[in-house]
Design a protein around this ligand. Structure first.
Ligand code: C2E
Ligand code: CA
Ligand code: CA
Length: 642
């Protein structure tokens, strides 16, 4: 009982949010309470002026007025300031105490006036006390203890005083007041409960939305900030870099060979690898660098003060090297590489959009030309990108049937000089841009997702061009990564190959290593479908990508095309010589034909002869030629290398 009374009479503890809400409500209402109190009190003093001593109708009200004004002003000031939790708790506890004192003070004063007045004035005292206390309780509603104590102090005194007057009107009034007070206390209690409930619910929903905000900005797999956070953070960092005239860098990092890990070891190991990469990155980076996971095996960095080209390049390269160190997740160490694209503000990129686009382009460059390393977006890249944009626009408008054709480059048997096949190479005579080399439009078509639309007309033309060749001359045709990336695209290619224009068992389809890195399952499926049709599969540009030997085994290949970088000046470079030698041994072991590309000189051809190579392709033997020229080429007798 005592504990209950104590609880009802004291300010709630330990809920600073509730206290702050109470403080806010009271700061608005307590000045009003003093206003009512003073007006009503001066009205009572006025009706008693003639009958009562001056100290009771002027001096005491003046003292009470001063106290009230001081308190009202203090609250008014509190409303404008932002007090801390401790100040709020103190102010509420103080209000609790002062309310008691004020209630006692005004009650004693009013009751003391009672004996002086006539019947009307006496009734005024009763009316004053009953009505004023209701106003005060309303104003103190948000601090239950203060409202309760005020009600008890004033109304207990009221009922005790007026019930003992022997006057039936006053006795009836005191009964009324007792009832009204009881009901008011119930209403007060309900209201207070609603108020605290509302404040607590608000606090809970705010906590929940804070948590949601945190989750919305966090990548659950790695615990790193996510893509959404990255772009928000980039905006903030850019604004700061702009003001501080600092050079800001954005890096996009992509793992090399992550897909094969997923395919080989399963997704749970893949997930753990990503988490491990995230953790390794977090320990590698200084606090000033912001790190996020963009999705998949892509991470991004913001370097708010990245220094000059050399500094930023060395930094990025070191990260690529560190990430390519083995990860101990299963019984054998897993190794993946990391390629990074970097762009800087304000020298090349001017805003967040450009920074990201340029870093992504630099990453594309790394992935295709310097896999496992970093590329820094440069003015040359910007020119290339601008031309890629023009190329893309022209490609979208191009008439694929009319503007595109294929040329054919012989693949020659080195010992005899006999042509065994032709590789079909795409040519574009754009109406808008003139001749555009495939090295320019194929990557653009791949990046913009238009390659599938291009492959079919090109394959159609290649098959047409090959139709008249005598058996067993074969046709080699380049497929892009995206051609193997969807069963629908593969089906369309199969349909065309099986259309009867050219025997599909005399067709080799060339895919690059990067294509096989995309999604091993899909590529394997595509290869199986094409092999079922009788086609051969060549792995193009071998040696430039990131394939491992296990990876090669997983693909049902028939040929390997060794990139021309190994052939160039082969006779002068012992390293290339050794690589070619071991590649030949490897292909023999794997029972694969091996074609060496880009043979340009007699010396290179002779070196390849000495190594025992069988098939070659290159300007030294023939440049790509039109379909018509292939006929006359085949009609000629090509003798072996002298
Ligand atoms: P690739 O498949 O490696 O084709 C060989 C490229 O090397 C051809 O360039 C060819 O003209 C060139 N080449 C041949 N012999 C020599 C030589 O002795 N020295 C030098 N420096 N180059 C030589 P091209 O025709 O410009 O094609 C470039 C690339 O574009 C091709 O490389 C291939 O990846 C792609 N490409 C060409 N046609 C198609 C196509 O129809 N579809 C797809 N998806 N890609 C194609
Ligand atoms: Ca090729
Ligand atoms: Ca090639």
């Amino acid at each position: 009982m005592f504990a209950l009374i104590k609880r009802l009479c004291s300010v709630p503890q330990g809920n600073s949010r509730l206290l702050a809400a109470q403080y806010k409500a009271l700061a608005r209402q307590i000045p009003l309470m003093y206003f009512i109190l003073l007006i009503n009190s001066w009205a009572l003093a006025f009706t008693h002026m003639a009958s009562s001593p001056v100290w009771m109708t002027v001096h005491i009200p003046l003292v009470l007025t001063i106290i009230s004004l001081v308190r009202a002003v203090a609250w008014r000031r509190g409303w404008q300031q932002q007090p801390d939790d401790i100040e709020v708790a103190q102010a509420l506890a103080r209000t609790n105490r002062i309310c008691c004192v004020v209630a006692v003070g005004f009650t004693v004063w009013a009751l003391a006036l009672f004996p002086y007045g006539d019947s009307y004035a006496k009734a005024h005292v009763a009316f004053y006390m009953a009505i004023t206390v209701i106003g005060c309780i309303f104003c103190l509603m948000h601090l239950r203890s203060a409202a309760l104590m005020t009600a008890v102090v004033v109304n207990v005194a009221f009922v005790a005083f007026f019930a003992s007057t022997d006057n039936p009107t006053f006795i009836a009034t005191s009964i009324n007041v007792l009832l009204v007070t009881g009901i008011m206390l119930v209403v007060l209690q309900n209201n207070y409960r609603n108020f605290t409930g509302l404040v607590n619910a608000q606090a809970r929903s705010e906590a929940l939305s804070d948590e949601n905000l945190l989750l919305a900005n966090k990548d659950s797999l790695t615990g790193l900030p996510n893509r959404r956070w990255f772009f928000n953070c980039l905006d903030t960092c850019l604004a700061e870099a702009g003001e501080g005239e600092r050079r800001l860098g954005v890096g996009i990092l992509d793992l090399d060979g992550f897909k094969p890990v997923n395919d080989l070891y399963g997704h749970s190991v893949g997930d753990r690898l990503l988490a491990e990469v995230g953790a390794r990155l977090a320990t590698l980076l200084p606090d000033t660098v912001h790190l996020a996971r963009l999705g998949g095996d892509e991470f991004a960095l913001i370097l708010p003060d990245c220094g000059d080209n050399l500094q930023v390049s060395l930094f990025a390269e070191r990260i690529c090297v560190e990430l390519s160190k083995p990860y101990l997740l299963v019984d054998v160490p897993i190794q993946v590489g990391a390629s990074m694209g970097l762009a800087t503000f304000p020298d090349l990129a001017r805003d967040a959009h450009e920074l990201f686009e340029y870093a992504d382009y630099a990453l594309y460059q790394s992935k295709h030309h310097f896999v496992g390393h970093m590329s820094l977006f440069s003015a040359v890249h910007r020119k290339q990108l601008q031309s890629a944009v023009l190329t893309e626009q022209a490609l979208r408008r191009a008439d694929l049937e009319r503007e595109f054709h294929v040329v054919f480059q012989p693949i020659v048997e080195l010992q005899t000089g006999a042509t065994v096949a032709f590789e079909a190479l795409a040519r574009w005579q754009s109406v808008e841009l003139g001749p555009v080399p495939p090295g320019q439009f194929i990557p653009v078509a791949e990046r913009s997702g238009m390659i599938n639309r291009l492959t079919l007309p090109l394959l159609g033309k290649a098959l047409q061009g090959a139709a008249a060749w005598p058996a067993p001359i074969r046709l080699s045709f380049n497929l892009s990564a995206h051609d193997c990336g969807s069963p629908e695209a593969v089906q369309a290619i199969v349909k065309l190959l099986a259309s009867g224009v050219f025997d599909p068992s005399r067709v080799d389809l060339e895919i690059t290593e990067t294509a096989t890195l995309q999604d091993l399952d899909l590529v394997q499926e595509a290869i199986a479908t094409l092999r079922a049709l009788g086609c051969g599969i060549s792995l193009d540009d071998f040696g430039t990508g990131y394939s491992s030997l296990t990876h090669l085994h997983a693909l049902a290949l028939t040929k390997l095309k060794v990139d021309r970088s190994f052939v160039a000046r082969l006779h002068e470079k012992p390293a290339s010589y050794k690589i070619v030698k071991s590649l030949l041994a490897l292909t023999q072991d794997m029972d694969l034909d091996c074609i060496f590309e880009g043979v340009e000189t007699l010396e290179e051809a002779q070196a390849l002869v000495a190594l025992g190579c069988r098939f070659v392709q290159g300007y030294y033997f023939a440049r790509p030629m039109s379909a018509g020229d292939t006929q006359s080429w085949l009609a000629l007798d090509h003798t072996s290398v002298k």
